[in-house]
Write a protein that binds this ligand. Structure first.
Ligand code: NAP
Length: 262
């Protein structure tokens, strides 16, 4: 299937590894030009080089901390200066800190709000003029199934992701007249460093080994395994495509059947 992404310009955040990287890679495989960011010059340069080598795509590595509004404005400006516009925006971040209500102080709430909700607001505000001018845009946020089915020990994710989905549903209605679709992909459990970190936290709390914590996690997934990051990235590429032009305001669960609910 030709996704119609040749020559389109994508900006993917938090993309030196994990789900952001896989999303950038899948977009590049479909012929998109890709700008990608993370906080570490060396890591983002290496990620860009890997994508270039595999796909031959034009790739622009950028250093930015998504918790800083000025960084986000700058990377949108740099992407537009380099590639001329932004067609596809993929807001993403490191995961919010794990914890229960009594262990999470205001600094952790602020960090989680900055990295997820506020970063999405700042990025959308910065790309909107380009998308409106070309009457075409795709906004695809990486969220979490925690918004649909709260996950024990992830209070911040459970709370803030639901708010982000409310924001995105509203934007899908406000932006529909500009030719911009707004969706989110909600990952279940994928084999990335974020899941390794969460498995370490769970193993410590439960007094079990990390391997045991992983087996417990996999046993609760109907497909009985963690997802491969590219299984999420391919959904991002599809939602960015011409083929997905009538899909907006949706939460697409990519979770191996883990979320129970109609
Ligand atoms: P990951 O493998 O730990 O990768 C995180 C990426 O984000 C890295 O490239 C990191 O690069 C970058 N990053 C972290 N903080 C950043 C910041 N402040 N500014 C810019 N870049 C930053 O994580 P992941 O598993 O791909 O998760 C991505 C998102 O999906 C998270 O929000 C996570 O909560 C969510 N999610 C993941 C899963 C899963 O199963 N993996 C499930 C549900 C939801 P640098 O360190 O170089 O900045």
């Amino acid at each position: 299937m030709d996704l119609g992404l040749k020559g389109k310009v994508a900006l993917v955040c938090a993309a030196s590894k994990g789900l952001g990287y896989a999303s950038a890679l899948c977009l590049a495989r479909e012929g998109a030009k890709v700008a990608l960011c993370s906080r570490t010059q060396e890591a983002i340069d290496a990620a860009a080089e890997r994508i270039r080598e595999e796909t031959g795509a034009e790739v622009l590595p950028l250093v930015a901390d998504v918790t800083k509004a000025e960084d986000l404005e700058r990377i949108v400006q740099e992407t537009v200066a380099h590639f001329g516009t932004v067609h596809i925006l993929v807001p993403n971040s490191g995961g919010p800190p794990a914890g229960t209500f009594e262990t999470l102080d205001d600094s952790k709430w602020e960090l989680a709000l900055d990295s997820t909700l506020r970063s999405t607001v700042h990025l959308v505000r910065a790309v909107l003029p380009s998308m409106k001018a070309q009457n075409w845009g795709r906004i695809i946020v990486i969220t979490s199934t925690s918004a649909r089915q709260p996950i024990a020990g992830l209070l911040l994710s459970n709370t803030i992701r639901a708010g982000i989905i409310g924001l995105l549903k509203t934007l899908s209605q406000e932006f529909a007249g500009y030719g911009i679709t707004v969706n989110n992909v909600a990952p279940g459990s994928f084999a990335t460093d974020r899941i390794t970190h969460l498995l370490n936290v769970r193993a410590k709390d439960a007094g079990i080994t990390v391997e045991e914590a992983k087996s417990q996690m996999e046993s609760r997934i109907p497909l009985k395994r963690l997802g491969h990051p590219e299984e999420l990235g391919s959904m991002v590429a599809f939602l960015a495509s011409e083929n997905a032009s009538y899909i907006t305001g949706q939460t697409l669960l990519v979770d191996g059947g883990q979320t129970i609910g109609l």
